[in-house]
Design a binder for this molecule. Sequence first.
Ligand SMILES: Cc1cc2nc3c(=O)[nH]c(=O)nc-3n(C[C@H](O)[C@H](O)[C@H](O)COP(=O)(O)OP(=O)(O)OC[C@H]3O[C@@H](n4cnc5c(N)ncnc54)[C@H](O)[C@@H]3O)c2cc1C
Length: 414
Amino acid sequence: MKNCIIIGGGVIGLCSAYYLHKEGHEVTIVDQSNLDFGASYVNAGYLSPSHIIPLSAPGVMKKGLKWMFDSSSPLYIKPRLDLDFLKWTWAFNKSCNANHVKKAIPVIKDIALLSQELYDDIKESEHFNFHLEKKGLFMLCQTDKMLEEEIEVAEMAREEGLDAKEVSLDELKKLEPNIALNVKGATYFKCDSHTTPGEFMEDMKAYLKANGVKILKNERVEDLEVEKGEIKSIKTNKQVLKADEFVLTAGSWSSLLSKKIGLNLLLQAGKGYRINTQKSTGITIPAILAEAKVAVTPMNGFTRFAGTMEIAGINHDINKVRVEAIAKAATRYYPEIELSQEEKDRAASGLRPVSPDGLPYIGKSKKCKNLSIATGHAMMGWGMATATGKLVAEVISDKKTSLSLTPFNPDRAF
Ligand SMILES: Cc1cc2nc3c(=O)[nH]c(=O)nc-3n(C[C@H](O)[C@H](O)[C@H](O)COP(=O)(O)OP(=O)(O)OC[C@H]3O[C@@H](n4cnc5c(N)ncnc54)[C@H](O)[C@@H]3O)c2cc1C
């Protein structure tokens, strides 16, 4: 049994705690927030093995440059004279190639599938009631060009053994009969499931507390005391804490702390927003509005519209123009939906921790014997969280890991 401290209680931190506790370790989570906001609460809730293409794909950088001057674009990279940002941009650009995508696809698929299975296991255990459904995911397209691209992605997914296909407008109407759709066509990934994130987070926190995991809220880790490649203690704004093993799951903030062990983790915060509506929408199957890059999820008691990727530093400021763009996209694809000003005013944001190559960092760095790192999952952190937590617990328990950690090596070169 080891004494473990987890720095950061987002979904990755909570899932790491869950599997570490299952392995018999003593666990404490420290989080600077009240554990009720941010990426792990505002996300679209997709468990989507269909998302096999990493963000760093051919053409993305070009699109990013074009969209830099459009205040309502779904991807925005704010140019900054900051060395970490410049290094990240260089590495991201380098990863935007077909060869990298080909290598990343099976890696992403395997961790997403394992994670989906583990979510099902957790849901089946008696202590969890959170909303989880397997209804698949539509990619809704309004242009021929996008439809062609999405059909290609569906074919690639099928080659990887995933249940994915093009659907005709008639089929679409039958599958989603209670809402009008303004689209040219769609693909359907039957393999995907979805959840209501807030419910999972509340269930998980309650389970961990009931099982003796300590959760220290509103406590910020400020320093790591490192001696001979090992963390001796951590300093928070309230106290000094010691443990045998430490886990860094601080999301977009992780690189601020990794520097303390001499590791420059290339990571940028990718801000996204969500708008919820409690009104009945008639939407029963999640959908991505492909051109607008907006995710739509029928959650438990409400529908969520989520989108935008703003690489513009660490802040939760709400950019009203981008929130408006999400709301307008909803109406363009579902003409009967009009999000109210009040709903838009209640929009919330979260920061995705984005690595330059679209793959998370999971495992130990050579620079520190007792620090496991688990971050950088970008747009897929929710869907990969359970598998990530399991991998972290396997590393710390000196067990053979369920998946190879080589592609996730925090020391990898770009
Ligand atoms: C709009 C939007 C939609 C998304 N949709 C999906 C989706 O459908 N499917 C999917 O798979 N993913 C989705 N994602 C991505 C997913 O939400 C994230 O990848 C995931 O939540 C990241 O979890 P995390 O635990 O790494 O980080 P976070 O949730 O950010 O948690 C990190 C925690 O660390 C704490 N922390 C930071 N620094 C310190 C410190 N020094 N001391 C103590 N605590 C600290 C923070 O307070 C925070 O609570 C979406 C994200 C957004 C924004």
